[in-house]
Design a protein. Structure first.
Length: 217
């Protein structure tokens, strides 16, 4: 039952993400972005961005937090690969790690897809760029939430020391929370970009929570 409920939750979050994407593309669209780019929910997004502005310090913090998320994903993937080599077969690694590899692959595909399919552009032109960049959903938020969220799920099984496990869980939660909050405060995303990143992350996390369990659970 738990497996079915988690997969159902994944489907619900995915539907909400698709609905938000459709609404952002059609509701209150106005050219409030840089270089006259159009933005959905322009009143809300514009008001939030005007109140926060662009904060380079928070942008740099979230960039470094993103590197931590990537490093965490690489370490987990390496652990799974080492396990597969020792057991002489990729499919002989723990089910949790095999399924996580599938989730990581999905994140990579979505990351590339959202860079190509433009829903909204960033509220600012980045210092190292000369033109507006894709903004919806916040793929930085998606990456951090999925990597740190799945890492949290793995700590109970792979970290035996209670003290070390609590420290790892606190670290994952801190990186996740600071990335989401910092990405909004940095001013490089609209409010709906962050919301979109959270919804697609929730869908992927619920999906992983479901598929990591054997059928019938």
């Amino acid at each position: 039952m738990k497996r079915k409920k988690r997969l159902l939750a994944a489907g619900c979050f995915l539907v909400l993400f698709i609905a938000l994407t459709a609404l952002v593309s059609t509701v209150d669209v106005a050219p409030i972005g840089p270089a006259g780019t159009s933005v959905g929910f322009s009143r809300v997004n514009g008001a939030v961005h005007d109140s926060l502005g662009f904060n380079p310090a928070w942008y740099r913090v979230t960039q470094w937090l993103g590197y931590i998320s990537i490093l965490t994903a690489v370490c987990i993937a390496a652990a799974g690969l080492i396990q597969a080599i020792r057991r002489k077969g990729l499919l002989r690694a723990d089910r949790e790690l095999i399924m996580l590899g599938c989730i990581y692959a999905a994140v990579a595909v979505l990351y590339i897809l959202f860079e190509k399919v433009i829903i909204n552009y960033r509220p600012v032109i980045m210092p190292d760029s000369t033109e507006p960049e894709a903004s919806f959903p916040s793929t930085h938020t998606m990456l951090s939430c999925v990597v740190m969220g799945t890492a949290l799920m793995l700590t109970g099984r792979y970290i035996r020391s209670a003290a070390l496990r609590r420290a790892a869980q606190a670290g994952c939660a801190l990186v996740l929370a600071l990335t989401v909050i910092g990405r909004l405060l940095s001013g490089v995303h609209w409010l709906t970009d962050i919301a979109g990143g959270l919804l697609i992350s929730a869908a992927l996390l619920a999906l992983y929570a479901g598929i990591r369990e054997p059928a019938g659970q």
